[in-house]
Design a protein around this ligand. Structure first.
Ligand SMILES: *Cc1c(COP(=O)(O)O)cnc(C)c1O
Length: 820
């Protein structure tokens, strides 16, 4: 058997499970997500119960071919021919199995923790040492209680170095991660002072982190960060670096910038050594010093370390989804390539439903530790299982193995230039294209050719943050309460199918849009989950029904028209929703209407009322809580009366975002989550980092000029320079959604971490900011809003609400979606 294969009987023994073994299977793959199953035949599915009960997903995994399960209780439905290992704690079983697996290998393992930089340091150490080591490491930032066991499981007897990062958020978590990783070398990255949830104070948090090193023989750390913890350092030997303490093992005493490189000089073992780093920002420099110290500490010579650091590449953990040419979508992952990250990227490709055709552009993969024949057979299998339609392989190794790839369409080229020369013959049209390449193939040239060009103002949407927000609210829901996601108005300005794909994939129960057209676009992009239309126009009933959209009926006029329409078209039991006006006084049947509505409902066979709902007028405001309570009781009364006459159960729902936060007892059967998904909630303090802004708006400088005191700037000469200084013209104006109200110093933007005010009136396509005293150059990035400079702040500046800022960003601003 291979070193990561186990018989199911062995697994049962290792994790101490109950349950009968009905068939002898070999497992080699650990699965925790029923949507991402590959090699099901050798898969062992752990039914983890977290926010979603893992047991619900057993059936899904079973139908994907999985026959081995670790569960907390036996399945309710009997599934033939499957082994169920029953344990008290499924997560603990996963961890125990990983601990056992780790204990079988006697390789060097570097364990990394810290507040910032863990993933970068891990990826860089991998880059720096993969020329002479076969390395296993966490895929992306799989550093949690689940991610670490899955990462360590990748160790096989071929590997001779492990590099694993560990992240914690609660006291007590590190002991488990230490037991799984069992590092003999420790690396501590930057320690932030940000207060972490779950910890009393910084000291408690640092001590928890240090537990990772309790069996290390060597710990690499910044001397200054641990001055107060000298007595608590568990490792037997330390290698310290410092910019202040000249007795540190690596004392960095000089830092200068030479031709866009960062030049460091240091004292090491009595000698003066140097190192050139191709990055200038402080976080990268610090991470690179950590890597430098690590290389030296584990025995690389100073010359070797310098050589390697000079060739560090940026780490992009992001998968970016962009609008491509000819109605294509492009997923840009052109910075690195290995089997694990290919799988992650293919999963993301599979989440996309907007085009039926899926295309992969892939380069040769280096340093996999596998013989090429084995590697590319696995690649071909993986690609086939992920249902790629069109495959474009670039590189000699792939070209030589073209025969492995049995797909509808395949093309092979020796190098990137040859691909680019043939790009037009590939006929890209209405497809989703994943671009995945090793650094040396320079696939950014491919992505540049395939991504639609627009002006340089970009709104970035962080899909991970959105998922975080979704889970934040899900965790507040009582068991069984459904969730409707409000994606009206271009998903509050953030996109259409891109977000809906994510929501559908994450099993939200319902979507809601404002108008029929919006629903049609979602259907055309492959969204097949139920969609409610808040404001269905009479003129579009045909489309509504054609695209299986569900109208909200809010008045007798609309009710009659819709019934007439379905009657004439011979439709029965068409799903519809009723809206009750309990005090908002916008749309809806008022309490006085209920009796008549009951009569109409009683005799009708054309409609099936799926849900009844109402909307709160001031769910966020304590000052109106009495009124909210009144709305609540009106809603209860109305729904009770209507349900009685319908004779069947309907879904009742009342709460929007702030309602979910403030009115836990009014969840009824479903809630309607809107702006909270986008990271904003008037009832949650913006300082609370558990809710994350998902959008940032970035632009850039077209020109910088010096302006003397007394001169004026912009239309109407409204901006007056009070002192000699400089202004920058940036590529955003009111036509992009940066409203005129922000002009004349009311609004501000972030440049190189500094907030600078606008000066003069905002023009249609651009505006001016006062950059006096700031090192600003043409082409520099300027942040209009992001997680530091928040939308809430902008809203306050011009006396509006975040909803309006978000939905005003015009369609000409390019949206880029990323997934880390
Ligand atoms: C927009 C909307 C919501 C969502 O409100 P948020 O405050 O954004 O959560 C909920 N219900 C209805 C009827 C809406 O129109």
């Amino acid at each position: 058997m291979l070193s990561n294969q186990y018989s199911i009987a062995e697994v049962r023994e290792i994790i101490g499970a109950e349950g009968e073994i009905v068939k002898e299977d070999i497992i080699s793959i650990l699965l925790t997500d029923s949507r991402r199953i590959n090699n099901a035949a050798e898969g062992l599915f752990f039914a983890l119960s977290g926010r979603r009960n893992g047991h619900e997903f057993i059936a899904e995994a079973y139908s994907a071919g999985v026959r081995n399960f670790v569960v907390k209780e036996g399945p309710e439905i009997k599934l033939p021919d499957a082994n169920f290992l029953i344990v008290i704690d499924v997560l603990a079983a996963l961890q125990t199995l990983a601990i056992h697996h780790r204990s079988r290998f006697n390789l060097d393992v570097i364990g990394i923790t810290g507040s910032n930089g863990k993933t970068i340091v891990k990826e860089w150490l991998y880059q720096l040492m993969s020329a002479d080591k076969i390395i296993v490491r966490n895929p992306k930032s799989y550093n949690s209680q689940i991610g670490v066991p899955l990462s360590v499981w990748q160790i096989t007897d071929r590997a001779n170095l492990g590099i694993f990062e560990a992240g914690i958020s609660l006291p007590g978590e590190m002991d488990t991660l230490e037991a799984i990783i069992k590092p003999n070398v420790g690396v501590l990255t930057h320690l932030g002072s940000a207060h972490a949830e779950g910890f009393e104070n910084d000291r408690e948090k640092v001590l928890e982190k240090l537990k990772l090193f309790k069996h290390c023989t060597l710990l690499i750390h910044n001397y200054d960060q641990l001055v107060a913890y000298k007595a608590d350092i568990p490792a037997t030997t330390t290698f310290t670096w410092s910019r202040n303490f000249n007795q540190a093992d690596l004392y960095v005493f000089s830092e200068t910038i030479i031709k866009k490189n960062y030049y460091l000089r240091a004292r090491y073992k009595g000698d003066e050594i140097e190192c050139l780093i191709p990055f200038l920002d402080q976080a990268s420099v610090e991470n690179a010093i950590v890597c430098w110290a690590t290389l030296l500490a584990i025995g690389y010579s100073a010359g070797e370390a310098d050589d390697r650091l000079e060739h560090l590449n940026p780490v992009s953990m992001r998968l970016e989804l962009k609008t491509g040419i000819n109605d294509c979508s492009v997923i840009d992952d052109s910075y690195n390539s290995d089997l694990q990250s290919l799988e992650i990227a293919l999963n993301f490709l599979n989440q996309q439903n907007q085009h039926s055709k899926k295309t992969l552009v892939l380069s040769d993969i280096f340093q996999s530790g596998l013989p090429d024949d084995v590697l590319y057979k696995q690649v071909a299998e993986l690609i086939k299982s992920k249902k790629v339609d069109k495959f474009i392989g670039v590189g000699e190794a792939l070209l030589a193995r073209a025969a492995y790839f049995d797909l509808p369409e395949t093309y092979f080229y020796t190098d990137t230039t040859e691909l680019l020369n043939n790009l037009l013959t590939l006929g890209f049209k209405s497809e989703t294209i994943l671009i995945k390449g090793s650094r040396s193939f320079e696939f950014e040239r491919v992505s540049r050719a395939l991504v639609q060009k627009t002006h340089e103002t970009v709104m970035e949407i962080n899909l991970n943050a959105m998922l975080n927000n979704l889970n934040y609210y899900k965790a507040k829901l009582k068991p069984g309460v459904k969730l409707m996601a409000m994606v009206k108005a271009f998903s509050y300005g953030s996109g259409t199918f891109e977000l809906a794909n994510m929501l559908q994939y994450n099993k939200v129960d319902y979507l809601a849009v404002a108008y029929t057209d919006e629903g049609i676009s979602l259907r055309q992009a492959g969204i097949n989950m139920p969609i409610m239309v808040l404001n269905a126009e009479q003129s579009a009933f045909d489309k509504l029904i054609e695209f299986k959209l569900e109208p909200v009926l809010y008045s007798f006029g609309l009710f009659d028209d819709f019934i007439k329409y379905v009657q004439q078209h011979g439709v029965l039991n068409y799903p519809a929703h009723l809206k009750i006006d309990t005090g908002m006084h916008r749309l809806g049947f008022v309490p006085f209407d209920i009796d008549l509505l009951r009569e109409l409902l009683e005799e009708n066979k054309y409609l099936r009322i799926v849900s009844i709902f109402s909307h709160l007028a001031a769910s966020e405001a304590a000052a109106h809580d009495d009124f909210t309570k009144e709305q609540l009781s009106r809603f209860e009364k109305a729904t009770q009366e209507l349900e009685e006459c319908l004779g069947y159960k309907v879904i009742k729902h009342l709460l929007n975002t702030s309602g979910i936060t403030r009115w836990p007892n009014a969840q009824f059967d479903m809630v309607r989550l809107g702006i909270g998904l986008y990271g904003i909630d008037a009832a949650v303090d913006p300082i609370d980092t558990s809710l994350q802004p998902i959008t940032s708006l970035k632009t850039s400088i077209s020109q910088v000029k010096k302006i003397a005191a007394g001169e004026t700037v912009g239309y109407g000469r409204k901006g007056v320079m009070l002192k000699d200084g400089a202004i920058a013209t940036v590529r955003i104006g009111y036509a992009d959604g940066y409203l005129r109200a922000f002009g004349n110093g009311v609004g501000n933007m972030l440049i190189k971490g500094v907030l600078v005010p606008t000066i003069g009136n905002v023009s249609m396509d651009m505006c001016m900011i006062d950059v006096s005293g700031v090192d600003a150059k043409e082409g520099d990035e300027v942040i209009v809003f992001n997680e530091q400079h928040r939308i809430e702040e902008l809203a306050t500046q011009i006396g509006t609400i975040p909803y309006e800022i978000l939905t005003n960003i015009s369609q000409r601003v390019k949206r880029v979606y990323f997934y880390e």
